[in-house]
Design a protein around this ligand. Sequence first.
Ligand code: SF4
Length: 339
Amino acid sequence: MTEAYYYSKEEDKIRCLLCPHNCLIAENKAGICKVRHNSDGQLHSNVHEEIAAIHYDPIEKKPLYHFFPGKNILSIGTIGCNLHCFFCQNFQLSQCKPSDYHESIILDPQDIVEKAMAIPGNLGIAYTYNEPTVFFELMMDTAKLAQQTGLKNVAISNGYINKEPLQELIGVTDAFNIDLKAFDEPFYQKFTGGKLEPVLQSLRMIYQAGRHLEITFLAIPTLNDSIDSFRKMIDWIVNELGPDVPLHISRYFPAWKSELPPTSAQSINELADIASKILRYVYVGNMNQNKYSSTHCPNCGNILIDRSGYNIRICGITIDSFCKACGKSIGLPYVMPPV
Ligand code: SF4
């Protein structure tokens, strides 16, 4: 347990200022995320060293397709989340309370960085599996140490974080994948317990700061897959973030409290067809390999990065980022090392 960042005292309670819930927390109680706790008049993180998952994963699994493709990255997570999506695909970690979880291993930021450095060829550290905002102190302390060693920091997040901590996080993070769960405020409020606008604000901030950014959209039948709403989301992305932000359209499967059937493969491909008319890099996730698995030249369609599962072949792009077939400048800065 460590003292949390970003909180203030309000009479006999504590206001957590980390995410847009801004929970007002009474003594001996926790916030909505269940892992930030008011004890003795201080806000504490219960997940500063309690690692619930640690794996060495392909960077594509995050998913990040344009950030050092083919590399692996040490990935860590804890328990807890500041959203409560009833369809959560990772509810075992995200929705459980500290008192119900007994499998964490204890690693402090220095231990994590040492582990990351000991793996030959490791790209860096990914903060993922559950929502990293709720283990902000662990993420920041680790990322600052990692940055000094040349390791990359990657955050996989729902984007539900206040401006000031996000600004601090952007300072030490090289790449983000942010979930955009719907382009629909009532959806966010009804099905996630959060709000859409703060997520859009986070996307704008990350993009405007020039950090590498990819977006994941989990398409759930009848809830967020209407063509009209999806088109509005694509229009927002292209207008605010430009056409080069990669979009991952992920197939939903029933999980946690949701008994809705899986999204059909046909529906995912239809959404990808719509998005790819406007965005240059559209991918599908939780699907068999198809034309949306690989990266294509937006000019001539040549395969730039060929993906078969997690087998990656960088084949159609030169080291200085031109299409080998048509010569178009592609502008994928992290696909090859700089010349
Ligand atoms: S991080 Fe947790 S405690 Fe803090 S405002 Fe968000 S949900 Fe509440």
